[in-house]
Write a protein that binds this ligand. Structure first.
Ligand SMILES: Nc1ncnc2c1ncn2[C@@H]1O[C@H](COP(=O)(O)OP(=O)(O)OP(=O)(O)O)[C@@H](O)[C@H]1O
Length: 618
């Protein structure tokens, strides 16, 4: 193919208007993009046919504001995602995306940024802390000292007009935070930290009132004048927003029906015979045309997409695209998307642990509620089983009942842990695929800063209150063994819940998936049914039961060496253990702890694998 140079001109120069930029931003071109999806129709149905989402679309995005508009379902977001390399490459049947005439590689990706539609910010952190988090992880430490990063954050706060809310928390469902517009500006700031020259935004004004939407687009307009190519999808902008657009791509059913200077779009459609009411908003006018709600005075058999292909605008795009050569193996290149990191593993771990810690401390419903619930439950169990006697039959019945009761609480008390990851799923996917940190860093910070302290500290408080209230074996080592066992039981429950939360994306599904194994384990725990009397082919299930290991360990810890009284007769606790087939040797006790630790490690390993397997494509 003949090679000729692409004109590095700002978008409107050919239009007579001038975009005053000293250094133009990158030029993004996409050629013959054909994208399909295959919708799943359930397990029993045959393979669903493919549906075309983008039908051989081509275009050029230049310095300035490049808006993609169209009715809902027209393919705006899909086009944006294909350009940004965020759409699953398996659906790409043909076409390539080039930036400044080069294939999009990980280096090129570093100069671009993507602002997702639903703001993915840590709600418990302030605007400044969120921006600093992004800066710490995405600016190379060799080039930026801590002071430089702080300076950069301050300049972004100033550039985006966030000074007044810089120290306000973003907000969660429990904390009232910044406004929608400030949230959106903070999301944009998170991406601007790397000074990207190519910025993608998915519907940046959705959910905002018209004045806030106006200020966001005015901000993007200002940023584009600093030499940036800004590409975004947008729904029905008002006129004052529309007139800031430099370049417009109008989509309809996966095809382009107009691509050219935004200022010329009205004239183009009027030249096709569509009459515009003087007070009609241009965006509404275009949508009325594509939806067939405005009739043309020049009826034709041709579709809007065909008319566009015959227009001078399409010819101009084709002419420019002819000058572009790109390697033919763009598809395979696109598939090998490997995020690159600018900071080391240990530094990422430090920064992510800092954020996780702040989030835990500022999230009272997780940390304080856990402690309060455990104190309350310890008092309850302590009062119900207060200073258990050594006389039979209460001595035995109460002890075994108390142990079963507390093990149930330790396991089911962790049902809330399914929220652990589901709540942060969108943030993790965005940050991990955006090159903030490695999956292992997120996983380790979650385990060591959130999961372990949040479960261990309340359990230690629980054990100290309930153990002595119940009047169990007063030896301190026995107390330690008891605390260790209930901690491990709790951790095993929480790891299973974490595994489930890393595997599914909805609470409803997670709740079902976590309750089922818990109930099964409870049945095979040894309290509700005598495990020795069970059918052989079923009895192996007891080896998977957190309840069995927990119950056996606390029972051995208490009954070994205990003397019970029945009238004048005495009964050693070991006799009860033998009758239940519980091995009360030293190893017999510790094998339960080892098994619980094994369950924790296996669940954690699978949870990590699931985190790595999460689909990052849109
Ligand atoms: N991953 C996917 N799985 C299933 N369908 C998809 C997928 N991606 C896109 N689609 C379908 O492709 C069509 C275009 O979707 P897209 O999100 O690009 O439209 P849109 O113009 O951005 O719409 P909206 O304004 O409503 O967001 C829709 O019918 C959508 O359901």
């Amino acid at each position: 193919m003949e090679v000729c140079e692409i004109k590095m001109l700002p978008a409107l120069e050919s239009d007579g208007a001038t975009v005053h930029v000293k250094v133009p931003g990158p030029i993004l071109t996409y050629q013959n993009i054909h994208y399909c999806i295959r919708e799943s129709r359930g397990l029993c149905c045959k393979k669903a046919p493919e549906r075309d989402i983008l039908k051989n679309v081509s275009g050029i995005m230049k310095t300035g504001l490049n808006a993609i508009m169209g009715a809902t379902g027209s393919g705006k977001t899909s086009l944006l995602d294909v350009m940004a390399g965020r759409k699953d490459p398996r659906g790409l049947r043909s076409g390539q995306v080039l930036v400044d005439n080069k294939l999009v590689t990980s280096d090129l990706r570093l100069m671009s940024a993507y602002v997702v539609q639903d703001d993915v910010l840590m709600g418990t952190l302030t605007v400044r802390e969120n921006l600093l988090f992004s800066g710490n992880l995405r600016l190379p430490r060799e080039q930026f000292s801590s002071a430089d990063k702080k300076k950069k954050v301050e300049s972004i706060i100033e550039e985006l007009g966030l000074e007044d809310c810089a120290d306000t928390k973003i907000g969660t469902e429990f904390i009232r935070g910044v406004s929608g517009g400030e949230r959106k500006r903070c999301s944009i700031g998170m991406e601007l930290i790397t000074s990207p020259t190519l910025l993608f935004l998915d519907e940046p004004t959705t959910g905002l009132d018209s004045n806030t939407a106006n200020s966001i687009i005015a901000l993007l307009h200002r940023l584009s004048r600093g030499g940036r190519t800004i590409i975004f999808s947008i729904h029905q902008p008002r006129y004052s927003i529309f007139r800031l657009f430099d370049y417009l791509t109008l989509m309809h059913k996966g095809e382009t029906v107009y691509a050219g200077p935004a200022g010329k779009a009205i004239d183009y459609f009027q030249s096709l015979g569509y009459e515009r009411d003087a007070f009609n908003n241009p965006a509404d006018f275009f949508l009325d045309i594509t939806n067939g709600e405005t009739a043309t005075s020049m009826p034709t058999e041709k579709s809007l997409a065909e008319l566009y292909r015959e227009s001078q605008f399409c010819t101009a795009v084709d002419e420019e695209l002819k000058c572009i050569t790109g390697p033919s193996d763009s598809l395979s290149e696109a598939k090998s998307k490997a995020p690159s990191y600018v900071t080391s593993f240990s530094y990422q771990l430090k920064v992510v642990c800092w954020r996780t810690g702040l989030n835990v401390v500022r999230n009272p419903q997780t940390s304080y509620a856990q402690i309060a619930m455990n104190i309350l439950f310890a008092l309850l169990i302590g009062l119900v089983y207060y200073q258990m006697p050594l006389t039979l039959p209460e001595a035995l019945q109460n002890r075994i009942g108390a142990f079963f009761f507390l093990i149930i609480n330790m396991v089911f008390g962790n049902l809330s842990a399914v929220e652990l990851f589901i709540n942060e799923r969108a943030i993790f996917v965005h940050e991990n695929s955006g090159g903030y940190y490695r999956t292992s860093v997120y996983f380790l910070s979650k385990v060591f800063v959130d999961l372990l302290p949040n479960r261990i500290v309340p359990i230690l408080i629980f054990s100290s209150i309930s153990y002595y209230m119940m009047g169990l074996n007063p030896a301190f080592t026995s107390f330690l063994c008891f605390a260790l066992t209930v901690s491990l039981v709790s951790l095993a429950g929480v790891s299973l819940a974490f595994l489930v939360s890393a595997s599914v994306s909805t609470f409803a599904m997670a709740n079902i998936l976590v309750v089922l194994p818990f109930v099964f384990m409870m049945v095979f725990g040894g309290f509700l049914v005598n495990l020795n009397s069970m059918l052989n082919w079923l009895s192996w299930l007891k080896w998977t039961s957190i309840f069995k290991y927990g119950l056996d360990a606390v029972t051995i810890n208490e009954m070994k060496g205990l003397v019970l009284y029945s009238g004048n007769a005495t009964l050693p606790g070991e006799l009860y253990l033998e009758s239940q087939g519980i091995d009360y040797s030293v190893w017999g006790f510790w094998q339960n702890e080892v098994a619980l630790l094994g369950i924790v490690l296996v669940c954690m390993t699978f949870a990590y694998i699931q985190l790595r397997r999460i689909n990052r494509w849109k």
